[in-house]
Design a protein around this ligand. Structure first.
Ligand code: T4K
Length: 413
């Protein structure tokens, strides 16, 4: 399917959609979360260094170098690299002494809630602001009880949460404020980089993130004592040879992950530039389409533009979000419905807290209308134009698309 220029008003035929032709626009699946890959030669050099040194993990030199570079980049005193973001969250939460109840959004990846529940802390789900998709501080205050010990906020899509309002609230109620910064590497609020907000923040460097270590994560803090506890807990609680002072786990990052992290950090400006170019392309092409709203990133801040989030108003668009997802899939564009259906509608929360949805109207509505589109350095401008064209064609032929989807579903039954 040859792409039309963005914003063109030329009539388009539904026959060009994979849904009707049976031939997808993309021969290979176009994934959300295709990894950003750094310079291979430099990575291979670092891998050779690791093998030559025969030092593979346990706070090796590349992990230490990665931590130093990240601390400088984030403008924070301590950066403790982890094997992944989820273990980082668990260790951060335990080291910060949280227990009882902790207020979290439900509109997030389920790992945010799991990292609490895993250690017997009740996640108390709080609604989000429909504009920012992040915790609404007003709603947070309503959920504070004598059992609340902390707030675990998320910088959703890389947009920094309401850090000042949340900190004021936490201070007033004697709560610990932590951030799940999985999406927000390279992002800022009022020019201050994510990494030093709250008592501590936790990043993910999973393959699908803007900067990846295959698997990886990092906890950052300016608090010396908290940093020390986190370091002990990352390494089974060892405080010296044969001396265990804490209950600990194994959250250590391997040297191979640090090699990927360091090499990716070298390439981060290129990854972000590709993301930004794609985001702006999507925004220009999709914003004129009735019923689609592209989530706004804050352009005056540092941003990684790693998520292209589109909200579908089915009344205006003539198609639901799910119908658009299926239409895109027929063209091999595997758009995602993050974070459908919301953590509160997943187990074990669905069973443990069946009434949680009552205080989550915005979360419920958002999880029905959000669509995440592919981006990143694995895509080129033509791919983005093609995805936009599929969406435009689908919307301009909404009635036929809906009929075809019903027909296809009936044939599958
Ligand atoms: N907090 C938040 C707010 C998070 O978003 C996450 C992770 C965490 C905490 C936990 O951090 P980690 O423990 O993961 O470090 C994916 C990622 O696995 C997950 O890391 C991420 N959030 C989440 C938003 O997305 P799934 O279940 O959607 O993964 P999956 O296997 O469907 O992969 C996503 C897409 O990426 C697929 O379409 C395929 C593509 N892909 C994936 C991998 C791994 C590739 O093309 N190549 C690859 O190597 O969770």
């Amino acid at each position: 399917m040859a792409p039309l220029p963005s914003g063109s008003t030329q009539p388009v035929s539904s026959a060009r959609l994979g849904l009707f032709s049976g031939t997808p626009a993309f021969a290979e699946p176009l994934h959300v979360g295709r990894p950003n890959l750094p310079d291979r030669e430099r990575l291979h050099e670092r891998l050779d260094e690791i093998l030559d040194r025969r030092w593979l993990t346990n706070n090796g030199p590349l992990v230490q170098a990665f931590e130093r570079r990240l601390s400088l980049f984030f403008g924070v005193k301590h950066c403790i690299a982890m094997c992944n973001g989820t273990i980082g969250l668990e260790i951060m939460i335990r080291a910060a002494g949280l227990k009882g109840e902790v207020i979290v959004p439900s509109f997030t990846f389920v790992a945010t809630a799991h990292s609490l529940q895993w250690q017997g802390i009740q996640p108390v789900f709080c609604d989000v602001d429909p504009d920012t998709h992040s915790l609404d501080p007003k709603r947070v205050e309503e959920l504070i009880t004598p059992n609340t010990t902390g707030i675990l906020a998320v910088h959703t899509w890389g947009r920094v949460a309401e850090v000042e309002a949340l900190q004021e609230l936490a201070d007033r109620h004697g709560l610990v404020l932590l951030f799940d910064a999985a999406h927000a590497l390279g992002c800022s609020s009022k020019g201050r980089m994510v990494g030093s907000f709250g008592a501590a923040e936790c990043f993910s460097m999973h393959a699908t993130k803007v900067l990846n270590c295959f698997e990886g994560g990092a906890v950052t803090t300016d608090d010396d004592e908290l940093a020390e506890r986190i370091r002990f807990m990352r390494n089974f609680g060892f405080a010296g040879k044969d001396r265990v002072e804490f209950l600990g786990s194994n959250g250590k990052m391997s040297e191979i992950s640090a090699a990927m992290g360091l090499t990716s950090l070298d390439a981060l400006p290129e990854f972000i530039a590709a993301n930004r170019r794609h985001y702006e392309h999507y925004q220009k092409a999709l914003s004129p389409l009735q019923g689609l709203k592209v989530y706004e990133h804050e352009r005056h801040e540092h941003q990684n533009y790693h998520y292209v989030v589109v909200e579908v108003d089915s009344g205006e668009a003539g198609l639901t979000r799910d119908e658009l997802v299926r239409t895109l899939e027929a063209d091999n564009v595997l758009a995602r419905r993050y974070f459908y259906p919301g953590a509160h509608r997943m187990e074990p929360y669905r069973s443990l807290q069946p009434q949680a949805f009552r205080v989550l109207p915005e979360t419920e509505a958002l999880s029905q209308r959000v669509l995440v589109l592919p981006t990143g350095s694995a895509m080129d401008d033509e791919d983005v134009a093609q995805v936009c064209e599929i969406l435009r064609t689908a919307l301009e032929n909404a009635a036929q698309v809906r009929t075809q989807l019903i027909r296809l579903e009936a044939t599958h039954d």
